[in-house]
Write a protein that binds this ligand. Structure first.
Ligand SMILES: NC(=O)c1ccc[n+]([C@@H]2O[C@H](COP(=O)([O-])OP(=O)(O)OC[C@H]3O[C@@H](n4cnc5c(N)ncnc54)[C@H](O)[C@@H]3O)[C@@H](O)[C@H]2O)c1
Length: 341
């Protein structure tokens, strides 16, 4: 099943939601976003609908089993029915969590999302992968559950803190390696909204072909295996960590010809990628490998799918053993120490 994606003005959101055929709306909104936008997007006053509202802790904090339990039981206590429709308002953490609630409530109800961060507009809000975290790692408990509607209103970006904006730019850079058209849009300095649209359509097309990530969808994980490990180790934002993950693939795991491309894209998008946190220090290979082995892309206890990109627009998926990843990092530890973009 596909999602309907609509690029719209923020003041059209209420009327779009009012058109959903249900008398019951379950609303999950990120607490910060709600604080800023509840008057501009008055979702508690939908004509002809009863709105049941669960206010979510902001950002990543929401993605716990305790919150899942709390939200699901809260909605059940309000006598939700099977035709209830859940609306998520917030960034990727909120949509990951809300989608999980929608996936399990009454064995699955319909849901829609209003992404409010750059990262969730171009990536997290699209594609129906939903999840919460576990003590054993991020996003390890999850489901595939497509949102019915994705409403992208760029006005939300006006209040986004700089660090969160930069994180979204990191994912846009990933797309610029995977797809020539997106790459070209950045090179020709098209407006950000155009670039966002192209990223969304590109991701949606890939998801349509391979919803359950059995094949081609895996390319969207370019830079993510090492990126996730870097994110956990150094507490950097998701998009910035992905950029460092890409830098290591380009600079250490394959021919270096595209490393300058990363630098060019970074400059064009004004991404503040400062020195790597391990510059002139030892890259923490054993910590990183411990996290890499827990990655969801592991296909056995000895190997995983790894994404390479030797040429813009032609990423490849190759199986690589953990042993080989570790050996490559060790053999090139001097280059890693000096790696910069
Ligand atoms: N499901 C997927 O396919 C997928 C893909 C990529 C990332 N993710 C997930 O997305 C999450 C990260 O999401 P994110 O980067 O969108 O951030 P987020 O949802 O964690 O939000 C980050 C911060 O920005 C604030 N915020 C959100 N919108 C705002 C706005 N318009 N103005 C001001 N503040 C705002 C939030 O309150 C929060 O404090 C991670 O949990 C990651 O695992 C999921």
């Amino acid at each position: 099943m596909d999602s309907k994606i609509e690029f719209c003005e923020i003041d059209k959101l209420v009327s779009s939601i009012e058109k959903i055929e249900t008398d019951q709306i379950l609303l999950i909104a990120d607490l910060n976003v709600w604080g800023m936008y509840s008057k501009i997007v008055p979702l508690l006053e939908l004509k002809g609908k009863k709105v049941i509202f669960w206010k979510a802790p902001d950002g990543e904090k929401v993605k716990t089993f305790e919150n899942l339990n709390s939200a699901v039981n809260f909605f059940l206590s309000k006598n939700v029915h099977r035709n209830a429709h859940l609306i998520s308002l917030g960034g990727g953490a909120t949509s990951d969590f809300s989608g999980m609630v929608a996936a399990i409530l009454l064995r699955g109800i319909k849901w829609s999302t209003i992404p409010t961060t750059l990262l969730s507009m171009v990536d997290a809000g699209i594609g129906g992968k939903v999840a919460i975290n576990s003590a054993h790692g991020k996003n390890l408990i999850g489901a595939f559950h497509h949102p019915e509607n994705i409403w992208i209103a760029h006005e939300f970006l006006e209040t986004l803190p700089k660090e969160e904006f930069q994180s979204g730019l990191g994912e846009i850079i990933k797309y610029a390696f995977l797809n020539k058209e997106i790459n070209n849009s950045i090179k020709t300095e098209e407006p950000l909204l155009e670039i966002i649209k192209k990223c969304v359509l590109y991701k949606e097309a890939i998801v349509k072909e391979d919803f359950k990530e059995k094949g081609q969808r895996k390319i969207l994980n370019f830079g993510h295996t090492l990126g996730h490990a870097i994110e956990t180790t150094y507490s950097l934002s998701h998009g910035i960590s992905v950029c460092w993950g890409i830098a290591i693939v380009l600079g250490i795991f394959q021919k270096k010809n595209l490393l300058s491309e990363l630098n060019e894209l970074k400059e064009l998008l004004s991404l503040d990628l400062e020195d790597s946190p391990w510059l002139n220090k030892t890259f923490p290979i054993s910590d990183i490998m411990r996290l890499v082995k827990k990655d969801k892309k592991s296909t056995s206890s000895t190997e995983m799918d790894f994404i390479f990109c030797e040429e813009i627009g032609t990423p490849t998926i190759e199986k690589i053993s953990f042993e080989k990843i570790e050996k490559t990092l060790m053999d090139k530890s001097d280059e890693l120490r000096k790696l910069s973009i």
